[in-house]
Design a protein around this ligand. Structure first.
Ligand code: PNS
Length: 159
């Protein structure tokens, strides 16, 4: 069975993330969406909230599960007994960061391979930070997140 891990902060999950999950879930037997708990960035949503929003977004994908991890991704990968990491690549600006991440993971454990999914053009500009920024100033985030996530963001910003 081919298991892949899609790691990230998911603060919050966007339609761009869901598109990657959808496409990766068709290629691998099992996809684990792995939510980082110990990020250096202070998240808007705590881990439970982020997991809840992802679970609500992926409940139709039968081979996708959501888990959390702390510490190094390579340690989580070993625990899950897989070496396949899935990441989305939007524009050339992502490349430097993503290649550093992929190569660092391989330097730590050469069983790790990162498979990049090119983001669908309609989500190529989209990020969780952009969504939060728009919502904070009362902009419409309908096109970027599910309605459930939108309601959670509005509540966070007392809108
Ligand atoms: O959604 P993000 O914030 O771009 O995801 C980044 C993530 C979670 C994939 C990355 O920060 C990560 O894997 N962190 C765990 C710590 C780790 O393994 N560091 C070594 C590789 S840089």
């Amino acid at each position: 069975m081919k298991t892949a891990v899609y790691p990230g902060s998911f603060d919050p999950i966007t339609l761009g993330h869901i598109d990657i999950i959808n496409r990766a879930s068709k290629i691998f037997d099992e996809l684990i969406v792995a939510v980082l708990m110990n990020s250096a960035k202070i998240p808007l949503f705590d881990t439970n909230e982020r997991v809840d929003m992802i679970e609500k977004s992926v409940c139709d994908f039968k081979n996708v599960k959501v888990e959390t991890f702390d510490g190094l991704l390579v340690d989580f990968m070993r625990k899950k007994n897989t070496g396949i990491v899935v990441r989305g690549l939007r524009a050339v600006t992502d490349y430097e960061y993503e290649i550093q991440l992929a190569q660092t993971n391989r330097a730590l454990d050469n069983n790790i391979d990162t498979i990049f999914f090119t983001t669908d053009v309609k989500y190529s500009y989209l990020s969780s930070s952009v969504v939060k920024n728009i919502a904070e100033y009362n902009g419409d985030v309908d096109k970027f997140v599910t309605n459930y996530v939108k309601q959670k963001i509005l509540k966070k910003y007392n809108l």
